[in-house]
Design a protein around this ligand. Structure first.
Ligand code: SRM
Ligand code: SF4
Length: 513
């Protein structure tokens, strides 16, 4: 069959073809029908791709048991919402669970297609949506997990994040204006001084900056990871006020990217490739022309001057007499009972609010001083401790082979097992940020870690075995920069001895007596 030529003379890739045939979002009106006919009878493209426009992911590893990716703006949800999510996964027994993601978000597992209409009703009843959370859409928008709580905060990001999400999704109804981007798109809004959102790895990030004494944001663009290329975001030389200007700039950039982004080769479709083609000056000019007004030039320097905090433990809030507690959720994995317990604890001791972090952990804010001692005796804190070991506290892992068909290795269980063994044998004087990712797509962000492990196939004794490529030197917080691959093809079974040496030689660890 002859493919339709693209405007640059090349042919459309298969994703562009099926998007042109039917917008992915159109699937939202067919969910009752799918529930009736069952997944086996669905059109293959609807099943494997278009469902992702409403956040429903067919999992070839577990056919018939779908994953649902939500949107949780700024990572903030209520106990009521958490309870509804817990009820959704509870009905799937051992197949049901939820993962906190590296974008301050939740993914539910075990979902059956026949339940989707009912699940969508339940989400709607508590003001949640999963719309446009996968494929060529804007992902969950991240913001400072301490927004509104932190005495040293510069800008409260909560309302801004919500407004940007509402613009992109038409208040969660779905918005055809932004459902056919050339590729996925990440937006982050930082309001603190420690770059809690990893600004550098987003397609657009807003970073607090004072311009002539006025507080606003400098804007960086084009950061991304992919199997072929990883780039930190670069300055766009734009400064915006922390109001509608943020929303308008996001809209302008998205429209320019939508209308001009490269669509022939999916490996070269992220925003940075367009910036490469035009140059950053031209990109800035085109966005300003599109918006129809001049953009203010960037402030000389941004206001990120702190090391990144992990928020685990108990800390005072800016509100007199209130504190928050950060709980370590090993590799972000939650089961229904955990979700009910977290919801209950947030209600009994706090204000019913829960927050998620990009390190896949949970924060419960607004706890009165007199309630903290009792909270600390809650049995759940034995599983989700506020005082983890230096290796536990900074462990992040992507989904891996248990559910993800791209994975070259299993990740989450390996990650937890390995640090348990290392903790048993070593005294480690400082936090060591270890990130696991199951394949070069880098969802687990090994490039931001002290020690990053990327799944691969390795050779050992003439056999192909599960292995990792080792990344080191990722720096987060102020002066963030990406780490790089320092060793390739390490068999997983050799990892413990290698990491023991690295922890002793480079992180001051000492063997336990
Ligand atoms: Fe990711 C694709 C999981 C954050 C880069 N990612 C996938 C898919 C959807 C592949 C698939 O269909 O199986 C994975 C779903 C597996 C599953 O069943 O859970 C998946 N990505 C994840 C999550 C759940 C990892 C985690 O355990 O936390 C994260 C969900 C975030 C969210 O709530 O939306 C997740 N993915 C990321 C990040 C990190 C980030 O955003 O900070 C990245 C690198 C940053 C970036 O995108 O620039 C990332 N994911 C990718 C890529 C490579 C993108 C590219 O331009 O090539 C893919 C593959 C693709 O899009 O073709 C991918
Ligand atoms: Fe799947 Fe690879 Fe992303 Fe891990 S990094 S979730 S294995 S696509």
């Amino acid at each position: 069959m002859v493919q339709a030529p693209e405007k640059d003379g090349t042919t459309l890739n298969k994703f562009e073809k099926f998007k042109a045939e039917k917008d992915g979002l159109a699937i939202k009106d067919e969910l009752d029908h799918f529930a009736q006919i069952g997944w086996e009878a669905m059109d293959k493209t609807d099943l494997e791709h278009r469902l992702k426009w409403v956040g429903v992911f067919y999992r070839p590893v577990t056919p018939g048991k779908f994953m649902m990716r939500l949107r949780i703006p700024n990572g903030i949800l209520s106990s009521e919402q958490m309870r509804v999510l817990g009820e959704i996964v509870q009905r799937y027994g051992d197949d049901g669970n939820a993962d906190i993601t590296t974008r301050q978000n939740l993914q539910l597992r075990g979902i059956r297609i026949e339940d989707i209409p009912d699940i969508f009703q339940r989400l709607k009843s508590v003001g949640m949506t999963s719309v446009q959370s996968g494929m060529d859409n804007v992902r969950n928008i991240t913001g400072s997990p301490m927004a509104g709580l932190d005495a040293d905060e510069l800008i409260d990001t909560r309302e801004l994040v919500q407004k940007v999400q509402d613009m992109i999704t038409n208040y969660g109804q779905g918005n055809y204006q932004f459902t056919n981007l050339p590729r996925k798109f990440n937006i982050a809004i930082e309001g603190g001084r420690d770059n809690s959102v990893h600004a550098e790895i987003n397609d657009i990030a807003f970073v607090p900056a004072y311009k002539e004494g006025e507080l606003g944001f400098n804007v960086v663009v084009g950061g991304f990871f992919s199997a072929k290329r990883c780039e930190a975001a670069i300055p766009m030389n734009v400064w915006v006020r922390p109001n509608q200007e943020v929303v308008d700039l996001c809209r302008g950039i998205l429209e320019v990217y939508r209308d001009n982004g490269l669509r022939a080769n999916r490996q070269k479709s992220r925003l940075m490739w367009l910036i490469d083609e035009w140059g950053i000056e031209e990109f800035r000019t085109r966005v300003a022309n599109h918006l129809g007004y001049p953009l203010a030039t960037a402030a000389e320097k941004d206001a990120i001057d702190w090391e990144k905090r992990d928020h685990l433990g108990v800390f005072p809030q800016k509100q007199e007499g209130l504190s928050y507690i950060g709980l370590c959720i090993p590799v972000g994995r939650l089961f229904a009972d955990d979700m009910f317990d977290l919801a209950r604890i947030a209600e009994v001791y706090g204000s019913g609010e829960l927050r998620l972090t990009v390190e896949q952990n949970v924060i419960i804010p607004n706890i009165a001083a007199e309630n903290m001692a009792t909270l600390l005796t809650e049995p759940l804190l034995a599983k989700f401790t506020p005082n983890p070991t230096p290796l536990q506290r900074a462990l992040v892992s992507c989904t891996g082979a248990q559910f993800c068909n791209f994975a070259l290795i299993e990740t989450k269980n390996k990650a937890v097992d390995l640090i348990r063994q290392l903790d048993a044998e070593l005294n480690i004087p400082q936090g060591v940020r270890m990130h696991w990712t199951g394949c070069p797509n880098s969802c687990g962000q090994p490039q931001v870690a002290d020690i990053g492990l990327m799944g691969t196939k390795a050779r050992k004794d003439g056999k192909t075995v599960e292995g990792v490529d080792l990344y080191m030197g990722g720096k987060v917080g102020k002066d963030a920069h990406l780490g790089s691959c320092v060793q390739k093809g390490i068999p997983c079974e050799d990892l413990k001895s290698l990491l023991t040496s690295i922890l002793i030689e480079q992180f001051g660890a000492t063997p336990k007596g």
